[in-house]
Design a binder for this molecule. Structure first.
Ligand SMILES: Nc1ncnc2c1ncn2[C@@H]1O[C@H](COP(=O)(O)OP(=O)(O)OP(=O)(O)O)[C@@H](O)[C@H]1O
Ligand SMILES: [Mg+2]
Length: 393
């Protein structure tokens, strides 16, 4: 199954372009499911139909679903949440406040992503199109599996062991509610689902991310940042969709300045994301609602291309052995300002920090016996050289 994620700044046309992509695929006879992870749920409005938490057939070959975040939360988080509530109650918070606080913001979206795995593993769709929430939330969401993986591999096993040894003693010393074993198994189950999602979403043969932009300065700036972070976390962007371009037939002098600006911004878009393909769609004279209009938009966006194809392939991370025996680790981080970047290592981990986001890369064994001797930005690639430690070999 191919998975195609659409993201971008608020209001740029993510839902519309995602629905247009799914509609076009279905029209070409490909069995397609489109799901929304956006709590605002405008997918139903876009397709002009009612949608529920299970896939409903909305046209030939086209299924759509709107996940019920509350239901997913109940199914996955209840045991962990009950423990959190008991701790918050213990700390003196009222029941209602504890209930409110025990739901980490963005968690519902995270569970919608877990659905990606379920569909991938069990359902017979050829393509899964995912309409994501605006970039900020999507990024936080996509960075979570990375952070949680680190916690689960390094901290969780220790904490679990310590806690089971400590529980009888601690009970006598404090009334603070301690997590029971079932809380740990719930966390483990939750992690396993999430880790499966991460594997699917970072597999370039399965998942592509498409960034929707408008030819506007602020939208482009945000898309550039998103592009960096997606690369940092190992997600592959295979196309940029520039939506809402003023068509040639608009000659009204009022829009003349707008058209000039759009031409300039389109150049910026091309320069910023090249060689990633830039697909385009015009601003229509009406709202793009219903499968007929969406199919038209889809035709324009993809023209000769297969919407389910991998439209661009590139390696976000490479490791090569050089002639002098040192290794070069290349990490694609477009638009990274050198001052934004921070590197550190600890045991087998490399921490790459760009702005507020941090990625942990577990270094391959070949690099462990070596230390970083240089790091520099070469165009869009961060290049780190690992040399043999003095005294080795
Ligand atoms: N090319 C276009 N021509 C005309 N109208 C468009 C076009 N693209 C999007 N629209 C309209 O713009 C509105 C917003 O689009 P859409 O809901 O797809 O944006 P979004 O990025 O998903 O927004 P949100 O961030 O709220 O999820 C919708 O009414 C849609 O019909
Ligand atoms: Mg939307």
């Amino acid at each position: 199954m191919r998975v195609i994620l659409f993201t971008g700044k608020g209001g740029v046309g993510k839902t519309t372009v995602a629905a247009a992509t799914a509609t076009r695929l279905a029209a070409a006879g490909r069995k397609t499911l489109i799901m929304s992870t956006d709590p605002a749920h405008s997918l139903a409005d876009s397709l002009d139909t009612e949608l529920g938490p299970d896939p409903a057939e909305v046209a030939a070959n086209l299924w759509a679903e709107q996940i019920d975040p509350q239901q997913r939360l109940e199914e996955n988080w209840r045991e962990i949440q009950e423990h959190m509530i008991s701790v918050l109650n213990w700390a003196g918070l009222a029941e209602v406040e504890s209930e409110e606080l025990s739901v980490i913001p963005g968690l519902d979206e995270l569970f919608s992503l877990a659905d990606v795995k379920r569909h991938h593993d069990h359902d017979p769709y050829e393509v899964l199109v995912v309409d994501c929430a605006p970039t900020g939330e999507t990024l936080r969401l996509l960075s979570l599996p990375d952070i949680i993986q680190w916690y689960m591999e390094k901290i969780f096993p220790v904490e679990r062991r310590v806690m089971s040894a400590l529980r009888p003693v601690a009970r006598r010393l404090t009334s603070l509610p301690l997590p029971e074993a079932n809380v740990y198994s719930a966390v483990q189950r939750f992690y396993n689902r999430l880790d499966g999602v991460r594997k699917i979403l970072t597999d370039p043969a399965i998942t592509s991310v498409r960034l929707v932009v408008n030819p506007e300065r602020m939208v482009i700036a945000e898309a550039q940042r998103t592009f960096t972070y997606l690369n940092l976390f190992g997600y592959r962007v295979d196309a940029i969709v520039a939506n809402r371009l003023l068509p040639d037939e608009v000659t009204d002098p009022y829009f003349l300045r707008w058209k000039q600006l759009q031409t300039e911004h389109l150049t910026t878009i091309n320069e910023s994301f090249s060689p990633v393909p830039i697909l385009t769609s015009r601003l229509r004279d009406r709202e793009m609602v219903g499968t007929d209009l969406l199919a038209e938009l889809g035709d324009e966006v993809y023209s000769g291309l297969d919407p389910a194809g991998v439209l661009f392939t590139d390696d976000p991370m490479t490791i090569v052995r050089r002639d002098d025996g040192s290794y070069l680790l290349g990490l694609k981080l477009p638009f990274t300002d050198r001052s934004d970047l921070d590197l550190s290592t600890k045991a087998d981990e490399l921490f790459v920090k760009v702005g507020p986001y941090r990625r942990t890369i577990i270094l391959p064994k070949a690099l462990l016996a070596r230390s970083i001797s240089a790091a520099s930005m070469k165009g869009e690639r961060l290049e780190i050289i690992f040399e043999r430690k003095a005294g080795n070999e």
